[in-house]
Design a protein. Structure first.
Length: 559
């Protein structure tokens, strides 16, 4: 950091951006984890990375740049060799009549600026960029993934011709390259699928699968074996599904990778889920909760007992929401216990249990043990059966705050789902504080965002007149936004994802309806009457704000 921690603390307190209590918590985290104060501030979500960067830039008297919002061309980037850029923490991001615009971790370092000026032969204008932003910018030096694989294969074919040996492809390097590029491209999942004529590698980015590269078919069994070795799975088993976990070291973190291998007709298919620490370092506001919904969730997790449920299909961000709430609750004075399948992220200060059917450690048996461990807060990865539901509900009624997830389509249907599991209505009514239903939609890339007028009749075809009128009022045209597509987002027009939510807060009227076993439609109408926004309504608000598109809302809600 280019300013001292004392100076940073003073600025944050003087500007009232962070309270004294919150800053004290961040300092304790910094000392306990042995990390710089600014990292602890970001981990605690006390201020966004961009705002922190602007404060530092203003203090040292240099302009601030957010590289993630700038389109950097290859010819400008490569004016500075990758080795120099990495060593010095600098990125060339623009070149114009004024000179070369240079993002630096320490713009006060005149020696580096002078060195670059001599090298490029034009004036250099220094900007401050955060270390994390510089690290992300360095990823631009990386070759296209297809080119990288082609070079690996060609290099070894040439070697074989020269040395007169059979070409043995470097499988370790191929697997490392797959994981490295998946991480750089912010992929959540990697699919490696055997086909008759090739092995297809696909990345899931922002919820959508993209074909990345086709590898020679003879490589596939060796790649699978390498992944099995890393995941400590049986290399001689080819007919049964196997699940495991491996850790891959990137430049800035240890990446946890969950591995699933299943036999299909052409061979064994591998799916690897990348569990990046960066993806969970988000506050509830950054996840996309509106102010009204944030207040409801906050009221629920500030209660010392009761249940908070997140519902939605697989991959809708339920676990991330639960972990974001846990992050607020994780203090030295409380005992937090979790039972998960699998443990997706390791959280410092939280006691996490991994489900293991081989030793009869199920959600139910694990949860039964947890309640004897004097917990204050319990996270149950998923309520799957009657026994788990019963223990979780009873725990919520006996002085524990319980967080868990369910698979239902929306918030109101969580109640009949619990009734189907054999829960008594009065127990559900007494224990559940709030139900959060959610989906993830892709965000419009802000760099290439454009607006256009849309006829309101087009929208009413898909969503109906009442919903459109409620969101946009009486109007014939609506201003919509979309991403044109650019190099930074690989031509998709989208970058990142944001949640759309409906947050059902259980009040007295809803408790009475639950006790009377009213169906989900009645529960929904009561919740809407009490100002609950449905997922589609929340999505339309994000469309109005220019965060996402109508197409994305329709894609994930299918209403």
């Amino acid at each position: 950091m280019v300013i001292s921690e004392e100076k940073l603390s003073k600025i944050l307190l003087e500007t009232e951006l962070v309270s004294e209590d919150k800053l004290k918590e961040a300092k304790e985290l910094s000392a306990h984890e042995r990390i710089p104060l600014f990292k602890a501030i970001l981990l605690r979500d006390l201020i966004s990375e961009e705002n922190l960067g602007r404060i530092v830039a203003d203090e040292i008297g240099f302009p601030f740049v957010s590289l993630s919002k700038v389109h950097i061309t290859d010819d400008v980037l490569k004016l500075i060799p990758e080795v120099v850029a990495k060593k010095q923490g600098i990125i060339a991001f623009n070149k114009d009549k004024d000179g070369l615009h240079l993002a630096m971790q320490d713009p006060k370092n005149v020696q580096i600026r002078d060195f670059v000026e001599k090298k490029v032969g034009i004036p250099v204008i220094s900007y401050y960029a955060t270390q994390q932003d510089i690290d992300r910018g360095l990823g631009l030096y990386t070759k296209d993934v297809t080119q990288a694989f082609n070079e690996i294969i060609e290099e070894n074919v040439k070697k074989a011709k020269v040395e007169g040996i059979k070409a043995e492809l470097p499988i370790i390097k191929i697997v490392d390259t797959i994981l490295s590029y998946a991480d750089r491209n912010k992929a959540s999942d990697v699919h490696i699928e055997p086909e008759e004529k090739y092995s297809l590698v696909r990345f899931r980015v922002d919820g959508v699968l993209h074909d990345i590269v086709k590898l020679p078919p003879e490589v596939h069994p060796q790649v699978v074996t390498r992944i099995k070795v890393l995941s400590r799975l049986r290399t001689d088993e080819h007919q049964a599904p196997q699940d495991g976990k491996l850790q891959y070291k990137t430049e800035d973190e240890n990446l946890d990778v969950r591995v699933s291998i299943v036999p299909i007709t052409e061979g064994e298919k591998v799916v690897m889920r990348l569990l990046s620490e960066k993806s969970r370092q988000m506050s509830l506001a950054e996840l996309g909760f509106s102010n009204q919904d944030l207040d409801r969730v906050e009221r629920a997790y500030k209660k010392p007992y009761g249940m908070i449920l997140a519902t939605g299909p697989t991959g809708s961000g339920k676990t991330t929401t639960m972990y974001s709430i846990l992050k607020f609750l994780n203090k030295r004075g409380v005992n937090i216990m979790t039972i998960e399948d699998p443990v997706e992220y390791d959280i410092q200060g939280v006691n996490q249990i991994q489900v293991n059917p081989k030793t009869n450690l199920t959600f139910a048996t694990g949860l039964r043990s947890i309640v004897r461990q004097d917990p204050d807060i319990i996270l149950v990865g998923e309520i799957r059966d009657e026994e788990t539901a019963g223990i979780a509900v009873n725990s919520a009624m006996t002085g524990h705050l319980v967080l868990s997830t369910l698979h239902t389509n929306d918030a109101p249907t969580a109640v009949p789902r619990l009734l189907d599991m054999g829960m008594e209505p009065f127990l559900i009514a007494s224990s559940v504080n709030v139900i959060i239903a959610q989906r993830l939609v892709r965000k419009i890339h802000s760099v290439c965002r454009v607006s256009e007028e849309m006829d309101v009749s087009e929208l009413t075809k898909h969503l109906g007149e009442p919903l459109v009128k409620k969101a946009f009022g009486d109007t014939k045209t609506i201003r919509m936004y979309r991403g044109k597509g650019c190099k930074l987002d690989n031509g998709t027009g989208y970058e990142g994802r944001v949640g759309i939510y409906e947050v059902l807060e259980v009040n007295d009227e809803l408790r009475q309806a639950i006790v009377e076993r009213k169906d989900s439609s009645v529960i929904k109408s009561i919740a809407v009457k009490n100002a609950m926004s449905t997922m589609v309504e929340d999505g339309l608000q994000k469309v109005k704000q220019g965060l996402t598109t109508i197409e994305e809302i329709l894609r994930v809600t299918k209403e």
